[in-house]
Design a protein around this ligand. Structure first.
Ligand code: ATP
Ligand code: MG
Length: 391
């Protein structure tokens, strides 16, 4: 039987006048995610998108897997296509859902008729199809409350679609519909999760990574590449800027009060990432900071870094426990990469007694011995970029 994929849009169905902009973005992102799995036609009706394979060699398993990571989709499923004729729909349902119905003990039938002229009406359709399926699968019992399988028949303009349970989509809103932001990406657990969370809220992402060779090695940079490869199915392709940070860190270490190392360093990160962000049409920075996690993530410390950022700083994991962040990292498959024990530039120059309650004027004073402007210029000019795409 011919099949297609049904996508149910979530939150964007609630959008008003600019709903079609969101929908166009969703279709664009969905098409991109399907690259390499075959050619498809897209149509939409109400809050459902119909993704119809154009040839028999489409890889629908991979297609569904890829689409399940596209933000803006609340639920999705494969469906069998039957003619709009109830006598054809009945055997088609039995054949298409044979495996699911054989394995289940209980089921129910639901119907949606976009075409209200279709006969029978929904209640009769459910009752009659339910009876037919019990004849074909005599072990089945109807359970309208908690069925193991729900058989759904959707009667639309040109065909009827038959499917069982949908799988949850990635939720959120389509990437790109909210503009672009720059993710400060370390090799740790938190920042990839932060990037995922903001992409889920519709932001297209570029990434900025600070590397301090020879204190940090090439494998630390490769780790960041690997993390982005794991994020790309959700975020779409990401341009990564790798910033040379050694000179700045050495200068701080040689010239500044040790207690302020981390804060001064983080302020440099904000300024440099901010400049790269502004050069690349970004409206915000994103970090993986969470209040109280480490000394540089107290409220006063965050105020000291915010003070130099030219853009708003989004911190989606700010109120989350490490355990909650790890749960997401596991789900999006970044966790195992993040915990690889490669050095990060932050861990190389860690002060023994970091200030947890810094005063902005004291930080500024501690940093005043540096020629910040020249250091920033060289770091920004020395940044290399590469685009990480879906493999
Ligand atoms: P993560 O697990 O994301 O590394 P963390 O708990 O280790 O976070 P910090 O090292 O204090 O926290 O860093 C806080 C945030 O600063 C990170 O989430 C990230 O956004 C940014 N950051 C830290 N190091 C780097 C780096 N080398 N390159 C780019 N951004 C960084
Ligand atoms: Mg880190």
């Amino acid at each position: 039987m011919k099949e297609l994929i049904l996508l149910k849009s979530g939150e964007i169905a609630l959008k008003g006048l600019n709903r079609s902009t969101f929908e166009d973005r969703l279709i664009h992102n969905a098409k991109k995610s399907l690259e390499g799995t075959g050619a498809y036609g897209f149509t939409k009706a109400q809050s459902t998108f119909f993704v119809e394979p154009k040839s028999d060699d489409c890889d629908l398993d991979r297609a569904v897997d890829n689409l399940s990571k596209v933000f803006g989709i609340a639920a999705l499923c494969r469906a069998g296509i039957a003619p709009k004729d109830f006598e054809a729909i009945k055997p088609a349902a039995a054949t298409y859902l044979h495996d699911a119905l054989s394995a289940a003990k209980t089921f129910k039938v639901t119907a949606k008729r976009a075409d209200k002229r279709f006969v029978p009406a929904s209640p009769e359709l459910c009752a009659e199809l339910g009876g037919y399926l019990i004849e074909r699968f005599p072990h089945l019992k109807v359970d309208v409350r908690t069925p193991q399988v729900t058989v759904t028949v959707e009667v639309r303009d040109t065909a009827a679609y038959i499917h069982s349970d949908q799988i949850p989509g990635a939720g959120g809103i389509p990437v790109g519909s909210g503009g672009q932001a720059a993710l400060l990406l370390s090799g740790g657990i938190d920042s990839p999760v932060a990037g995922y969370m903001m992409a889920k809220r519709g932001l297209k992402i570029i990434a900025v990574h600070f590397a301090s060779p020879p204190y940090t090695s090439e494998r630390s940079e490769l780790k960041v590449h690997t993390l982005l490869e794991k994020l790309v199915p959700y975020t779409g392709s990401v341009r990564l800027f790798t910033v040379p940070f050694t000179e700045i860190q050495e200068e701080i270490k040689n010239k500044c009060d040790e207690d302020y190392f981390t804060l001064i360093m983080r302020r440099f990160m904000m300024v440099i990432a901010g400049e790269i962000a502004q050069n690349n049409r970004c409206g915000a920075l994103i970090t993986g900071e969470s209040i109280g996690q480490v000394a540089s993530q107290t409220m006063t410390a965050l105020a000291c870094t915010d003070a130099v950022s030219p853009l708003p700083v989004l911190r989606p994991v700010i109120g989350m426990d490490k355990e909650e962040i790890i749960q997401i990292a596991r789900r999006i498959d970044t966790f195992e990469t993040s915990i690889l024990p490669y050095e990060d530039c932050c861990t190389v120059f860690t002060p023994r007694h970091p200030k947890t309650n810094p005063r902005l004027d004291a930080v500024e004073k501690a940093a005043a011995v540096l020629d910040s402007e020249a250091l920033i210029r060289r770091a920004v000019d020395g940044a290399r970029s590469v685009t990480i795409r879906k493999s």
